[in-house]
Design a protein around this ligand. Structure first.
Ligand SMILES: Cc1cc2nc3c(=O)[nH]c(=O)nc-3n(C[C@H](O)[C@H](O)[C@H](O)COP(=O)(O)O)c2cc1C
Length: 188
């Protein structure tokens, strides 16, 4: 007997949350911007391929359409104010590069594609855009990861995250949490 309540999926649902949130950097000519993204996913190991789902309403969408690629930046939980600000203001009205600097963030440019990225990240990935496609009200941009930029000592020799990492986990509508390493269970 089914004990679950059925809900028709024709609503704007947050059921799939929480997701790890990142900040995506883009550059198109002289225009640069950053956007908070919860809908990120790894799609392949080798080559490493990642996707981000972006609404066409975003200023970043306009840049991503024209850009060669994007950077994906993962920040520590202590930086949730930055993730929230970047994810609630638009580059159409605000210079987010300037604002990030005011908030104490340093920006660097990736080696191959010269994309803006965040030095404070525990992990930043430089992606070359390889594909894009509309799905409903979002567009999936897929990129091949050319380089990882990592905070040393935050990952082990197998590239696994260590207990130094406290990712920003987004539970929707301005709610954030992180992981509890005390609950880590090793099955093998
Ligand atoms: C934590 C967080 C996660 C978000 N995830 C996404 C996402 O996955 N895709 C998206 O299109 N917008 C997402 N947003 C909303 C955009 O970040 C937001 O609309 C932003 O202001 C767009 O900036 P822009 O106009 O400068 O591109 C998210 C917002 C927050 C706060």
């Amino acid at each position: 007997m089914r004990k679950l309540k059925k809900i028709k999926a024709n609503i704007k649902a947050y059921f799939f949350h929480p997701f790890i949130a990142c900040i995506v950097g883009t550059k198109c000519g002289k225009k640069e911007n950053f956007i908070s993204i919860a809908w990120f996913t790894q799609l392949s190991f080798q080559p490493c391929i990642a996707g981000i789902s972006v609404s066409p309403k975003r200023f970043s969408y306009e840049l991503l359409k024209e850009s060669q690629g994007f950077s994906i930046n993962f920040l520590d939980f202590s930086k949730i104010d930055i993730v929230e600000w970047i994810g609630t203001h638009s580059g159409r009205e605000h210079n987010k590069i300037k604002k990030l600097k005011e908030m104490g963030m340093d920006i660097f440019y990736t080696e191959e594609l010269n994309l803006p990225a965040l030095s404070e990240s525990y992990l930043a990935a430089e992606c070359r855009k390889i594909w894009e496609r509309e799905f409903g009200d979002h567009v999936l941009f897929v990129g091949e990861v050319l380089n990882f930029y990592i905070k040393e000592d935050f990952f082990d020799e197998n590239t696994l995250p260590t207990e130094r990492i406290f990712p920003v986990v987004y539970a929707g509508k301005g709610r954030y949490l992180t992981v509890d390493w005390k609950k880590l269970e090793k099955k093998r």
